[in-house]
Every structure is written in structure tokens, then in C-alpha cells.
Design a protein around this ligand. Structure first.
Ligand code: ATP
Ligand code: MG
Length: 462
């Protein structure tokens, strides 16, 4: 045990000199968090590590959420034990890590994430350069430098995310005035905001995400540099931005998040084509995106499933018309123009937010369905109804109509058709045919005639 105590972590050879700060300590009477509210698995991980002679705390989002009487998504533990030392304490533990080495302790379906105290990055430190590195703009590429509890608090993003709770003593350790900021509902970066955003530009997205989720303000100094630094997101790997985008839009506060992303100029670096469409046609694109996000929030609130495919299909749809027209102007027939525009827009978006194939394929199907929903003659309507993507395609049609696209009552028609009996359905199809004849509409589409791309009736692209 004693040996372990001394081994608990080795400090890097040369550490950033900074004065040792003592945390504010809140006893159980000074805060509202109760030990019984914490996942018992998280408590048992902390206790086990403490018994083995290490420091260990519950930390981060879960402490913040419990103080705000919200349900934590998951539990994180911070400890002085190295990942290998943590693994040695638990049978059900696995060391994982891309950017950081972490330990996952598994309890059935619950995973407690255990991270070793880490330090901020020494700006110039050759000895540590194999552990941590930055690129030219100051972005952190790797960081596995272990440190003390105080180091660990200082390297976290926001003060409200740097609170440590010890379930044994029931005290909260507050190194950054996080409790004050929770009380005042403020998102405040720890340290110099500009530098912290440069180290990791994703913190700008996180600021907006927490502001929306918690209904907090971004503190003035933390808010100020964002718009100017927004383009730094261009340098973030697209897979990480995809993960972050899902957190932004599938956290139940997508509509508010979208407004904040616009306010801080963070939407354009994530969705360049959609941002351009918003500029060309703010009324239509803005309504369509906002309605899609409001629907997503509502579904989450009702416990219904949401798919990233529908979300991305909606976010990018307003970018299609301009692209289709461009291709048609270069002489491409309408159907191939639509296909190519869809392909190009998704491909370009993947350069920013690597959307996995399992979502891009259904996105295309939802879009393709928009071309097929108006064609209902003969057996087509019934065939469409049987298509596994019908429901998403139909919901998408209603979304387009809600944004003002004129579809000649197509949404209502499909709503009725789904509810109709077999004989009523046959009548509906027959009436369609006679309407076409009465209006002299051609049975077959003319070849090569100029059409207006997706959302034929969408307000003109520019
Ligand atoms: P939630 O899980 O509810 O989205 P969270 O605060 O738990 O919120 P995570 O992404 O799970 O967020 O991260 C856990 C903790 O790790 C955070 O509370 C914060 O202290 C720290 N952290 C996460 N990302 C960063 C970052 N980019 N820079 C600095 N610290 C970070
Ligand atoms: Mg978390």
C-alpha cells in the first residue's frame, strides 16, 4: 500500500511553473449535492482507488449537472493513479484512448470513465515533447502529461466543469470559482480565453453547447474572442467535428444551439453550404432548419428516436437548389443535376464533419424520396408506402411544406392516403389521373425540360 502511495504518479521532469493554489472547500452543509444522488458505481470506483492509497474524485459534468438538479449523462472520475494503476485495481477495466489514455470501468451497461490527473501544456518543454505536442497555431495534438489535482483543474475547459466531489468526505473542491459561476449561470473559460480556444478550438462549440443546454450566459471575456477565432475550426479533424455536431444537435436543445452558433459565427465553419443558403434565402432556409431542429428537440423530449440522417438531410437541403440550377445552367438535365448536386454537397460536408456512410445513405434516400412522392400513378403510391424510408421521406415533405415550399397539397394527400381504406385509395389514384387529364398535364414527363431542382416550388435560390 505504501509503495503504491509513492508510486501513485510521477511528475513530468520539468513542469510549468505556476503558483500552488489552494482550492475553496465546500463542506456537505455548503452545497446541495448528496452522496446518494451519485451513481453507486462511481462511488465504488472512487472508494476503491482511495483505499488503494490514491486520490480520487467524481468530477466534471456530473457534479455540475447534479448541482443544477439535472440528470448527469454519465460519471467521470479523476485520480492520481495512472491508467495502468487504475486497471490493476479493477477486474472490469479497460485502458482506452485516442487523444488521451483513459480507463473504462464496466458495470453492466454503465461505464465509469477514470482519467489520471493531467497538466496543462508546457509551452516550451523539450523533455515533455514526446508526451504533448502542439501545431503552429497552438492547437494541442497530444496530451498525456500527468499532474496534480490543481493542474487537472486548471487544464479543464470551463470553471463549471472543474468541480471535484469526494463522496467519502462529501466535500466539493473548487479550484476555479466554479460554484460561483454555477450560481450566476455563467460559462467561463479557465485561464486566458483566447489561448484556451487556440489550444482547442472545439471549446468554442462546447461553450455554445453548454450555454444552450444549461440556459447559461457565456461570460463576456469568454464570449468576446469566439467570432474572430471561429475559423480555427477548419483545422479540426472532421471525425471529431462530426461527434461534436451530434452533441450540438441531439442534446435536446438544438434550436437554441443553432441560434447561438449563428450569433457566434460558428455555424458557417461547420456547415458552409447551409450557411451560404441561409444568406441567400434567410426566410426559407432559416425556417426549414429551425423547424427541423424544433422537431428534433420535441422528439427527444417525448423519448422518440431521432436519426442523424434526417437531421443532416434537413440541414443541407436548403443548399441544394442553387447547386442544381448551377449544373442545369451548364447544360445538365434535371435528374442527373439533382443527383450530382446531392452527391457533391454531401461530399463537401463530409470534409467538415465526416458523416459515416450509415447516415449518408439514408440521407440520399430521404432526398430521392422527395422526387418520388409526387409520382403516385398506378401502383407507385403503394410501392412507396412499402418503402422502409417512406415515413422519413413523408416527414421530410411536411418539413419542406412547413418552410413554405409549395407542393400542391402533396403532404395532405399523403396524410389522407395513409389513413384511407383500399377502395378509397383506388379512388384517390383515379382522381389523380382524371385531374391530370383535365388540366392537360402530360402523362409522361417531357425530356430535358428545365425544372427547378429540389423543392421544385422552393423560393428561388437567388
Ligand atoms: P456532458 O457529458 O454533459 O456533455 P461533460 O462536462 O461531462 O458534459 P465531457 O465531454 O463528457 O463533458 O467531458 C468531461 C470533462 O472533461 C468536462 O467536464 C471537462 O472538465 C473536461 N473536458 C472535456 N473536453 C474538454 C476540452 N476540450 N478541453 C478541456 N477540458 C475538457
Ligand atoms: Mg460527460
Amino acid at each position: 500500500m505504501l509503495k503504491k502511495l509513492f508510486q501513485s504518479f510521477r511528475l513530468p521532469l520539468r513542469r510549468i511553473p505556476h503558483s500552488r493554489r489552494t482550492p475553496e472547500i465546500l463542506s456537505s452543509r455548503q452545497h446541495s449535492l448528496h452522496r446518494s444522488e451519485i451513481s453507486r458505481h462511481a462511488v465504488s470506483v472512487v472508494e476503491r482507488l482511495q483505499q488503494a492509497g490514491y486520490e480520487a474524485y467524481v468530477v466534471g459534468g456530473c457534479v455540475r449537472d447534479l448541482l443544477l438538479e439535472l440528470n448527469p449523462k454519465d460519471y467521470d472520475v479523476a485520480t492520481s493513479a495512472t491508467p495502468e494503476q487504475v486497471r490493476a485495481e479493477f477486474r472490469n477495466a479497460r485502458v482506452i484512448g485516442r487523444r488521451f489514455k483513459l480507463v473504462h470501468v464496466h458495470f453492466g451497461r454503465e461505464i465509469i470513465e477514470v482519467a489520471t490527473f493531467r497538466a496543462n501544456h508546457p509551452e516550451e518543454d523539450d523533455d515533455a515533447s514526446h508526451l504533448a505536442s502542439r501545431n503552429e497555431s497552438g492547437r494541442i495534438l497530444r496530451d498525456n502529461i500527468y499532474g496534480t489535482l490543481d493542474d487537472d483543474a486548471q487544464r479543464r475547459d470551463f470553471t463549471i466543469n472543474a468541480l471535484y466531489y469526494d463522496p467519502t468526505s462529501e466535500r466539493i473542491l473548487d479550484h476555479t470559482h466554479g460554484v460561483h459561476d454555477i450560481r450566476n449561470r455563467l460559462i467561463r473559460l479557465i485561464g486566458d480565453p483566447e489561448q484556451r480556444y487556440q489550444e482547442d478550438p472545439v471549446r468554442m462549440l462546447r461553450a455554445v453547447r453548454f450555454a444552450a443546454k444549461l440556459d447559461f450566459e457565456i461570460e463576456r471575456h469568454s464570449a468576446e474572442p469566439i467570432a474572430e477565432l471561429a475559423d480555427l475550426l477548419d483545422g479540426i479533424p472532421s471525425a471529431r467535428l462530426f461527434d461534436e455536431t451530434l452533441k450540438l444537435f441531439l442534446g435536446g436543445k438544438a434550436e437554441r444551439t443553432f441560434e447561438l452558433l449563428l450569433e457566434y459565427d460558428l455555424f458557417a465553419p461547420l456547415f458552409p453550404a447551409s450557411a451560404a443558403a441561409l444568406e441567400r434565402n434567410p426566410e426559407y432556409a432559416g425556417t426549414l432548419i429551425r423547424n427541423a431542429l424544433a422537431n428534433t428537440d420535441l422528439r427527444i423530449e417525448q423519448g422518440k428516436p431521432v436519426t442523424p440522417a434526417f437531421l443532416f438531410a434537413a440541414l443541407l437541403w436548403p443548399a441544394l437548389p442553387a447547386r442544381v440550377l448551377e449544373l442545369q445552367d451548364r447544360g445538365m438535365p434535371p435528374i442527373p443535376a439533382m443527383q450530382e448536386a446531392a452527391h457533391d454537397i454531401i461530399w463537401e460536408q463530409c470534409q467538415r464533419t465526416a458523416i459515416p456512410k450509415r447516415f449518408t445513405i439514408p440521407m440520399r434516400e430521404i432526398w430521392d424520396m422527395q422526387e418520388r412522392l409526387p409520382r403516385r400513378q398506378g401502383r407507385r403510391a403503394d410501392q412507396l408506402l412499402e418503402n422502409p424510408r417512406f415515413r422519413a421521406g413523408y416527414d421530410f415533405l411536411l418539413l419542406r411544406e412547413s418552410a413554405g415550399e409549395l407542393t400542391n397539397g402533396l403532404g395532405d394527400w399523403w396524410t389522407d392516403y395513409q389513413e384511407a381504406s383500399d377502395s378509397e385509395r383506388r379512388n384517390m389514384i383515379r382522381r389523380l389521373a382524371s385531374k391530370d387529364e383535365a388540366s392537360g398535364a402530360p402523362r409522361k414527363r417531357r425530356r430535358g425540360g428545365r425544372r427547378r431542382g429540389p423543392g421544385d416550388s422552393a423560393p428561388k435560390a437567388d
